[in-house]
Each structure stands twice: as C-alpha cells, then as structure tokens.
Design a protein around this ligand. Structure first.
Ligand code: DAH
Length: 344
C-alpha cells in the first residue's frame, strides 16, 4: 500500500504540472485530495490494515497529503497570477483612441436673460427681492388697489387654490407690498428693488402667451421721485440691455396700482422701426408696463404718500428674449426641446 501511495503522489504531481487553468485545477483537486479524491479514499480504507501497519501508513499518507496540498497551493497561485495578468491586459485602456466629447450644458434662455437683468439693475443700484409664487388675494390684488369685484381683475385670469384667498400670483407686482413692508423701515427708508419670479395665468396658450412665465418687477421709492426719473431709468436700462442707440416710446395707459400709468415700447431693432413681422409692422415692441406708484399702494406699503413718491415697472423676460433673438413662439420656452435650448 505504501507503494501505491508513492505512485499516487508521483502521478498526481505529474498531472498537476500539466494543469493550465482553473477548471483543470478544480478537477485535479477533486480527483486527488477532495472529499471523494483518491487519497481520501485510501485513508478511508486503512481499516483493512494490521495494527502495526496502520500508523506507518497513516503517517505516510499524511505526508503525501501535505506534499499535494502544498503543490496545489503553489499551482493555484500561478494560475491566479496568470488570470490577473490576462484580465489586466484585456481591460487595458487604449490611450491612442480619440476621447468621447461630453456635451456641455447651457443655461435656459430665460435664466440668461434674468441674470443679465440682475446685472444691469444691480449696477443701477437695485437690490433683488425674491417674493413668493403662492400669494394671498390681498397681496396680488386688494392691496394693489384692486378690490374684490373690481373690473381690473378680469385683466388677469387667476389660478385659485382650494384654500380661500390663496392664489398663484398673476404678476410680480404682488411682491410690491411685501418689499415695502420688509425693507422700507415702516415708511422711513428709500427703496430700490427688483422682484423677479414666475407668474401664472389661467389663459389660453398661444404663440404669444403661456400659463407660466417670468416677470421682473422694479420699484423705486424716495422723496421727489418723478415721472422723469422713471423715463430716464428705463431709457438707460434699454440702452444697456438692447443697444446703446435703443429708442423708447412711452404710451399713456391704465393700471390700478399706478397713476399716471404708461406702457413702454422699444423701437423694433429687427427692422429699425421700418415695420416687420415681429413688430406687427408698427415699428415698436412693447417691453414693460409702468407708472408712478398709486398713493393707496404707497400707504398700504407703510409710506406716507404726502412725503414719499415712487415709480414701478413690470417687464417680461421671455418677451424680451423673444425680441432679442427673433424667436417666433413663446411656447418653446417650456417645451424642453433640446434643439431649441441648445441654441443658446
Ligand atoms: N403687473 C402688470 C402686469 O402684469 C405690469 C405692471 C404695470 C407692473 C405697471 C408695474 C406697473 O409695476 O407699474 O400686467
């Protein structure tokens, strides 16, 4: 039996030398030293030996086992190294391949316009005030001199909520009273703020109007602020935003929260005032509503209208972006069509 053991060891080692991969190694393992392997089998059959032979055989078998296990471990390491080397080679990066270009993101055209507006108004001394999208009926209408049932409410179709008197703001003018009350020091401090934000109107969606859009409100309150200040300020703004030679036109209008009120047009820069499709052949494009803040509104904001006066304006960033880039349809702004957005 000892001869058999020696023969087994020799054969096993010879076969192991020919093993080149993990599958062969596993097969070798179960053939010789595994639970059902030949060596294990021989150890099990030890019972047929005599008392004297048993320990001699047992020791010899254990020696063989040690030799085979050591040889197995060595082979296993060799195969692992080979596998690793192979994996590394297969996964190697070919640095001569050209890289894949990563598309860079861009800012939404409305965001770009808003940032430009902040820049210009900031340079002109106006601070940004973020008011809220969800407003009370009071802030949006009543305190702006538009009491319940006032016909001017029909100018702006409103999204109501299930909470009474809570609505989505229809214009950024809704933040006027908040800004005055929060920053005006109970009617003791002059004020120069712009209020940007989304507005919502329950309206038919067309090429010129959407149910959601940005507005940018501006208010300036002080002593001795006049209509001429409003005209000068807006003119300076238009020169910076549109072009240094931009021409403006002021048309008398009506808003409940200003008196007097004006609408402001800029000369169409596509046709230079000649008249074209974009300006509907009038030569002018409307960019803002404005006026001198109504005494009732000043009072609601905490200011004494006998001492203080101010002007206000409201402009539409999408409108202005349309004009600036000659875009024909306002619905592109919220359609999330990359072909449109990527052009900016
Ligand atoms: N809130 C008005 C609108 O949405 C625009 C406007 C007009 C704002 C005159 C003003 C203003 O501040 O003075 O139609």
């Amino acid at each position: 039996m000892l001869d058999q053991l020696q023969a087994l060891q020799a054969q096993a080692l010879a076969e192991l030398g020919a093993v080149t991969n993990r599958a062969e190694l596993d097969a070798w393992d179960s053939q010789y030293i595994g639970k059902k392997g030949q060596l294990t089998q021989m150890l099990r059959n030890m019972g047929s030996l005599s008392k004297e032979e048993r320990p001699i055989f047992g020791k010899a078998a254990n020696d063989v086992k040690t030799v085979l296990e050591a040889a197995y471990a060595e082979r296993e390491k060799l195969i692992s190294d080979q596998e690793l080397a192979h994996d590394l080679e297969a996964g190697a990066v070919d640095i001569t391949l050209p890289g894949r270009p990563k598309p860079t993101g861009g800012l939404h055209p409305s965001t770009r316009t808003l940032r430009r507006l902040f820049e210009i108004w900031g340079d002109m001394g106006f601070q940004v005030y973020q008011s809220r999208d969800i407003e009370t009926d009071d802030m949006n209408f009543t305190l702006l001199n538009i009491p319940p049932h006032h016909p001017a409410r029909d100018m702006q179709d409103t999204f109501y909520t299930t909470t009474p008197n809570v609505i989505l703001r229809t214009h950024t003018s809704a933040g006027q009273i908040r800004a005055m009350r929060e920053l005006g020091g109970n009617g003791t401090k002059p004020l120069r703020v712009v209020l940007p934000g989304m507005c919502y109107r329950f309206e038919q969606i067309t090429v010129r109007s959407e149910v959601q859009f940005h507005q940018m409100e501006g208010i300036a309150i002080g002593k001795n602020i006049h209509m001429s200040d409003l005209k000068g300020t807006i003119t300076e703004f238009a020169r910076r935003f549109f072009s240094p030679t931009a021409k403006l036109r002021f048309r008398s209008s009506y808003f409940p929260f200003t008196e007097p009120s004006m609408e402001i047009d800029v000369e169409c820069f596509l046709c230079g005032g000649e008249g074209c499709r974009v300006c509907k052949h009038s030569g002018w494009l409307e960019i803002a509503g404005s006026g001198m803040i109504h005494p009732v509104v000043l009072r609601n904001g905490g200011y004494d209208p006998n001492e203080w006066s101010g002007f206000a304006f409201g402009m539409g960033p999408e409108r202005m972006t349309l004009l600036k880039h000659g875009i024909s349809d306002i619905r592109y702004f919220w359609a999330n069509d990359q072909r449109f957005l990527e052009q900016f």
